[in-house]
Write a protein that binds this ligand. Structure first.
Ligand code: GAL
Length: 394
């Protein structure tokens, strides 16, 4: 009995240590690039290698974007031993991972708890441990795990058990935990990114399944309407984000061309205030100076990555005007002023209401300008769909 108790405690300590390693991989919101928003189902090994090269040449890597993530459609077929092979567009995943690592970045991959991914490729159902081990052997540092066809399993279970209202949720959590546990067993710190579109409030159970981040909504697209619908719907979730476990309102669309610069500025402003993972999804070979200025603004990134690890939240909303704040280290507060209307509008924040009763020093991040000591109500005039990002300090 005594022997088995100490064995149990030793095993617990090992497993707790590994869980710690997973958490440490995402002490600040993960930053990188993902293939989906630009390449979707056509991505190749060559595209990802060029993306890795461009992450370096554009300065993205040095700005903090270190994950290079292959999304859906890399998979081939399983062999008789259940080993999943890649398809012809990805001849050698280990070599691809080595290439990304040789450039000083980390390697991400994608799968599903279902039999099929959303693109109809092989998922990890019933092969979780085998796939996790293979990812670790390839040097994978990040796994996005997308519900996709596992939803069919959930619906089938619900149909078979119509009187059990919780069966879908219980099964989904178990499926995500299965892969979370399999990743831990590999001993490799792998950021575990849940993608199940916010169903059943993953912010409440994500940490228990070993998740480093979880999507809070359905997919983003490159439109102002969709981006603000997702971004502003994050109000009230700040208590669930923090070091090692982040709310994920989906990848960035900055640079994909269908929003104007004021709209992309709103996108970046809101995502950094949300302490969101910053996964760029643009064609890195065609970055304009304006895209670079938004994606690589050091002060905006520092707000996202602030070591206090607090997610921002809404201070107030009035019609199409919105004010959000995010506490930062050193008693500073980041403030976002937003104008969602189609005309020029004044947007104000009362500095006393955000902890600066005696006023504070105000810095405009996008202008890169100190605005001096201010007290009382601070007002800025914003263009349509515009945003201002401030840092207020004592
Ligand atoms: C969606 C997911 C997207 C992308 C796509 C790939 O479910 O939300 O981000 O991964 O699947 O098929």
């Amino acid at each position: 009995m005594r022997v088995s108790m100490s064995l149990c405690c030793a095993l617990f300590a090992v497993s707790a240590g590994l869980a710690g390693a997973q958490t440490k991989a995402a002490m600040t919101p993960p930053m990188g690039w993902n293939s989906w928003n630009h390449f979707a189902g056509h991505v190749t090994d060559a595209d990802v290698r060029s993306a890795a090269d461009q992450m370096v040449s554009t300065g993205m890597r040095d700005a903090g974007y270190i994950y290079v993530n292959v999304d859906d459609t890399w998979q081939g077929k399983r062999d008789a031993q259940g080993v999943l092979h890649t398809n012809e567009r990805f001849p050698d995943m280990k070599a691809l991972g080595d290439y990304i690592h040789s450039k000083g970045m980390k390697f991400g991959i994608y799968s599903s708890p279902g039999a099929k991914t959303c693109g109809g490729y092989e998922g990890s159902l019933d092969h979780e441990a085998q796939d996790a081990k293979m990812y670790a052997e390839w040097g994978v540092d990040f796994l996005k795990y997308d519900l996709c066809s596992y939803n069919d399993n959930l619906l089938a279970a619900q149909a078979a058990h119509p009187d059990d209202p919780t069966i879908k949720k219980t099964m989904m959590i178990a499926a995500y935990k299965k892969m979370g546990d399999a990743l831990k067993v590999t001993g490799r710190p792998i950021v575990y990114s849940l993608c199940q579109y916010g169903v059943d409030q993953p912010w409440k159970w994500g940490p228990e399944v070993g998740a480093s981040m979880w999507r809070t909504t359905d997919d983003i697209d490159d439109s102002y309407g969709r981006m603000i619908a997702i971004g502003f719907s994050q109000a009230g979730l700040s208590q669930y984000g923090g070091p090692g476990h982040w709310n994920d309102p989906d990848m960035l669309e900055i640079g994909n061309g269908k929003m104007d610069q004021d709209e992309y500025r709103t996108h970046m402003t809101l995502w950094v205030l949300l302490a969101s993972p910053l996964l760029a999804g643009n064609d890195l070979s065609k970055m304009t100076d304006a895209d670079k200025a938004l994606l690589m603004n050091k002060e905006a990134i520092a707000i996202d990555q602030d070591s206090l690890g607090k997610q921002g939240d809404r201070l107030y909303e009035s019609g199409d005007l919105d004010v959000w704040t995010k506490p930062l280290t050193g008693g500073r507060v980041a403030v976002g002023l937003f104008n969602r209307s189609w005309s020029v509008r004044d947007v104000s924040v009362d500095l006393a209401a955000i902890g600066f009763k005696n006023g504070g020093n105000v810095r405009d991040v996008w202008k890169g300008k100190d605005l001096g000591r201010r007290s009382g109500v601070f007002t800025d005039t914003l263009v349509k769909h515009g945003a201002t990002l401030l840092i207020v300090s004592k």
